[in-house]
Design a binder for this molecule. Sequence first.
Ligand SMILES: [Zn+2]
Length: 416
Amino acid sequence: MKKKFFNAKFYRHDTATEMMVENGKITQIGTNLAKADEEIDLNGKLVLPPYVDPHLHLDYVYTLSELGEQGAGSGTLFEAIELWPKFKETLTVESVKKLAMKGIKDEVSQGVQHIRTHIDVTDPNFTALKAMLEMKEDLKHIVDIQIVAFPQQGMYTYKGGVDLVEEALKMGADVVGGIPHYEPAREFGEKSVHDIVNLGLKYDKLIDVHCDETDDTHSRFLELLNALVLMEDYGSRTTASHTCSFGSADNSYAFRMMDLFQKSKINFISCPTENAYLQGRQDTYPKRRGLTRVKEFIELGINVAFAQDSINDPWYPMGNGNLMNILDNGMHLAQIMSPEEIETNFDLITYNGARCMNIQDNYGLDVGKPANFIVLNESSVHEAIRRRVDVLASVRNGDFLFRKKEVEYDVELKLD
Ligand SMILES: [Zn+2]
């Protein structure tokens, strides 16, 4: 059966207004396409590929509310890491699934169809990992989930952490994770970076490291990670998440490094809301914003994506799975609002995240790709972002996952 979606604007396609879908795949994008068995009017709205959230902690979502009084603190990153293990002991596969499902619903109902989730594997029972491996299978029809074997308490800070990461990869995790800045000495942080890359190569897995999520300019694990994947030609399969300290790095160092990032093709993920909240805590004024060099990465063609990171967990009390909110905050913090920048800013929550996840071959508004897309409640990119509009519909393999009623912005005001 042929389906035609017509009367639409397609992101990064200048003139196209129609899309033909057959057997769940995009067969044509253009104008005046032939008749189809089913024709769906999109009312002139903007079509994007689905939002991608390439960095989320689904085993943590809504745990802040669950922690109750215990969760109340000053809200610093390291405090949250200390708080987490107590809660972790109480988890069951069912309890993890219940909360994770809330987070997944938040995201999918707002246009996300691809999530990379870090799952804490510093747990000999692998409770959260087991839950997530099941969910990944069970929810395939609505969302693609990639799982990172993430040693939240460290590969060395937590005794046997490296082995647990390796075991998690054998169990089916897709990506090797790490947290070198949390290891107890630089030497162990560096050792963990070597382990991460070795495990990635050994098991043919992607790599995504919580890297230098600190304002400490001496935290330079990114330099080592990039060097190793450059030498192994593994950069395009590797992501450095956060890299907050790189936002504080001296220019002469930063530009040397960015040259090397271009060579390795390493990917970056910035979590603008989360890190704006967590970083700069020890600063008086001026206060740092916790953002890596997003603007420079974009200008230099280094792949960088935005992500949600947390939804109501000990690290961050807010978060709701709305990627438009992340983009809006991120583009303020990164100062990317020239007319040209605005026109491509959606890349930060779509195509660029897909590249981090290495799913670009099956992602995007191109002929031959799965017919996965979202429809925004606006017709132009600029207006969609300025108004922070909602996602009206999400289509997966040619079928609607949901379709909401259009919201009217024009309301009658009582002026007298
Ligand atoms: Zn994270």
